[in-house]
Design a binder for this molecule. Structure first.
Ligand SMILES: [Zn+2]
Length: 288
């Protein structure tokens, strides 16, 4: 799709069911805010939504920017089987050759957001995007470089997905807010992980946020207190989520989360006094 002068594409990796009841058991809320959305957001039979792993490719200011490069092939984490030993045509779905990617940005360093940083070459992990500048947020880089963090989700991610990039001289550690180009800024959005950040696009009067895991499901727009397990700092994650909801609404911005099913992005509106998700282009039409 086009947003201002930017072109935004999506690369799909995989999708699997996650129970919406792990966010809330409030059936009326689920029906009201998820039951009215496209089917991927709520399967009534199983109460599951289609947790989707995808990357966003933003082309603007003469750059090809890859956001959140998924889990990757041939990696065995031994933590959640759904992420183990993948063999997907992700790179074919990117729509650009790896050599053409100029910037790689991970909203955070969970394994499903930086796995394709590297690919296996013989017995070694080497950078998948040999001409890219890989941007790491300082607080996030330090959190994962340390081996003594109590939250052990995504083991060995630094050694496998970050270290080879550093060793190849392709890594830049940045302190947000960090301007990537005239239209793109990395902004802090901590909590899900300590250095979690979002990418803000502003182009020709249109604004969009690539929000990583600040939101896993639209129910969290309505109630920012709802969450899946695994946050580094839950109280901060909730605070960040509430602040993002306010900003996105104030700026009539698009959100491009990392894990939403089709149509994968949208805007926010109000239904009475309740914040609701307007999937796809709906928000654009309603805001006119
Ligand atoms: Zn994730």
């Amino acid at each position: 799709m086009k947003l201002g002068d930017a072109t935004i594409d999506r690369a799909f990796e995989q999708s699997f069911p996650v129970s919406v009841l792990s966010l809330t058991t409030d059936e009326a809320l689920i029906e009201r805010r998820a039951g009215t959305l496209p089917p991927g957001f709520l399967d009534r039979k199983s109460n599951a939504f289609a947790f989707t792993s995808q990357s966003w490719i933003v082309q603007v200011d003469g750059l090809v920017v890859l956001v959140d490069p998924c889990t990757g092939n041939g990696r065995h984490l031994g933590q959640a089987p759904v992420f183990d030993d993948l063999d997907t045509p992700y790179l074919d779905r990117l729509g650009v050759r790896p050599e053409r990617v100029d910037v790689v940005f991970s909203t955070h360093l969970h394994h499903d957001h930086c796995g394709w940083n590297v690919r296996r070459d013989g017995g070694r992990w080497v950078p998948t995007f040999p001409n890219a500048s890989y941007l790491f947020v300082d607080a996030e880089y330090e959190r994962w470089a340390s081996t003594d963090h109590p939250n052990t989700f995504s083991p060995n991610v630094f050694g496998q997905c970050v270290r080879p990039v550093v060793d190849a001289g392709l890594a830049t550690v940045v302190s947000p807010p960090h301007r990537v180009s005239p239209s793109l800024t990395i902004e802090p959005a901590p909590g899900h992980t300590l250095g979690h950040a979002v990418l803000r696009l502003e182009s020709d009067g249109t604004t969009a946020y690539f929000t990583g895991d600040a939101f896993h499901h639209p129910l969290q727009f309505t109630d920012p207190g709802l969450h899946l397990p695994g946050c580094d700092d839950l109280a901060r994650a909730i605070e960040t989520r509430a602040a993002l909801v306010d900003r996105v609404r104030r700026e009539s911005a698009f959100v491009f989360p990392a894990h939403f099913p089709a149509p994968h992005y949208g805007r926010l509106g109000l239904d009475g006094d309740e914040v609701c998700f307007l999937p796809g282009e709906t928000g654009l039409l309603q805001s006119r």
